[in-house]
Design a protein around this ligand. Structure first.
Ligand SMILES: [Zn+2]
Length: 461
């Protein structure tokens, strides 16, 4: 995606705004400035911007706003955007078994529309970088990953898609129907091809690929081991689901004679190049091993609540030193798909389990920014507002009718109603202005999604 990676010319200057840098010292400014030069942050500090700046393309009065790093989403399944509102009262396994037959009929055109819808919800809620876990690849489904990549390129979003996979169908003791799975060699070859075709390891990459077999109950040990070997040979990260529900725990104990963390560890799946979604049912020993190995966690509070999976022990993980980011998860289990609201939900759910001090508003903002950047292996480039880093930032209005008068702008953002997003920059470029997408007509996306959902329904009835 050369167009988005190319640094824009000129500077953008934002002044008179509150700033939460989310740097190592949690530096904040009650009234400060941010200067963007090209695709990098040039200056972040108190008071007005330095004088005498040349080539200022845009100067913005940030009065009444809070500027934060762009949010980072660490877990999603874009294709689910066109299967929302179904299986509303199910736990994970019943929900999956209900939806697999529909998902087995998706194609690249549907996934293009679903990626547009998913990215629109993320961008409009302050998210500048997202992962996606695509793991359903029907034989006649076309170029699903390519379609997603095209959609996010057009919207200007930084993207870390995974080439996921499933090879353990129902006939061999897995959960998904056989029509949903690939054979092991096909999945590994497609993963290798995706890495060669798209992965960009450079500092300002807009696109990085990850290898991501789906979950212990839908893939074979051979695929997990093969994906780990492949990813390490090619220098990309690894992602999967882990310890999401008690049923998954029971499945692993029955089939493999051990819990999910022990099982995944036995296949080389703990390490600083690995992150797992959910991790709701980690015991003390699991948390210690995640911390010792630097294995990351994508915490998905809304999805865990929607499927009644349980409450992840995030404060315990953070105390132990586990990298933790936030994820919306697929929108068939979190219909809103907004990352901004996960800041609030992460705080509320942590407090339900651990009391009023279990999660602060600032800690939650850190999970959604720097924590996500760490989990995706991009903390040198994004996740905080510091000179030299990439210019991914969100400018939230906190003096509107719903937020005016809240004592603390970070409390306004995390605890209050979703804040209107005045500006979102990705790689120094405007992608959201005044709450709406800058690059593509949102009504066109809505129509594409409706058409795709109708086409999918027609295939399943
Ligand atoms: Zn998931």
């Amino acid at each position: 995606m050369p167009g988005n990676k190319l640094a824009p010319t000129g500077r953008i200057v934002i002044e008179n705004c509150a700033i939460a840098t989310v740097d190592a010292h949690d530096t904040e400014y009650a009234s400060g400035h941010v200067v963007v030069a090209g695709n990098r942050l040039e200056s972040v500090g108190a008071g007005a911007a330095p004088t005498g700046l040349a080539h200022v393309a845009r100067r913005i009065d940030g009065t009444g706003h809070l500027v934060t790093p762009g949010l980072v989403n660490t877990h999603h399944h874009f294709y689910q955007w066109i299967t929302r509102g179904l299986a509303q009262e199910c736990d994970l396994f019943d929900w999956l078994v209900t939806l697999y037959p529909t998902w087995a009929r998706i194609d690249d055109e549907m996934c293009y529309a679903a990626a547009q819808g998913s990215a629109a919800a993320l961008l409009r809620s302050g998210c500048t970088t997202t992962a996606d876990h695509a793991y359903v690849f029907p034989k006649d489904g076309g170029d699903i990953l390519g379609a997603e990549i095209r959609a996010l390129d057009e919207l200007g979003m930084r993207f870390q898609p995974t080439r996921g996979s499933m090879d353990l169908g129902e006939s061999r003791g897995g959960l998904p129907p056989d029509a949903c799975v690939e054979d092991t060699d096909t999945a590994l070859a497609a993963t290798s091809e995706a890495i060669d075709r798209w992965h960009d390891a450079s500092f300002d990459a807009m696109l990085r690929i990850t290898a991501a077999p789906c979950s212990p109950f839908s893939v074979t040990p051979e695929l997990l081991r093969g994906a780990a070997d492949l990813a390490r040979a090619k220098g990309v990260r690894l992602h999967t689901h882990g310890s999401e529900t008690v049923e998954e725990d029971a499945f692993c104990r029955e089939r493999f004679g051990m819990g999910p963390t022990d099982y995944l560890e036995s296949l080389g799946w703990l390490g600083e190049d690995v992150w797992m979604a959910h991790c709701v049912h980690l015991n003390d020993s699991d948390i210690a091993r995640f911390a010792a190995t630097g294995t990351g966690v994508a915490h998905c509070p809304s999805s865990n609540a929607r499927l009644a999976a349980g409450i992840a022990r995030v404060p315990d993980m953070l105390r132990a030193g586990v990298p933790v980011g936030l994820g919306v998860d697929g929108t068939a289990s979190n219909e809103s798909g907004e990352l901004g609201t996960e800041l609030r939900n992460a705080l509320l759910i942590a407090r339900l389990r651990g009391g009023p001090k279990a999660m602060t508003a600032r800690r939650s903002l850190r999970l959604g920014t720097m924590g996500g950047a760490q989990v995706l292996g991009r903390d040198r480039e994004i996740g905080s507002l510091e000179p030299g880093k990439l210019a991914d930032l969100a400018m939230w209005r906190v003096d509107d009718v719903l937020h005016s008068g809240i004592a603390d702008p970070i409390a306004a953002l995390v605890l209050g109603a979703p804040s209107p997003l005045t500006l979102l920059l990705v790689n120094g470029r405007e992608v959201v202005e005044q709450g709406h997408l800058s690059r593509i007509d949102e009504n066109l996306i809505a129509r594409n999604v409706a058409t795709a959902a109708t086409r999918l329904r027609a295939r399943t009835t």
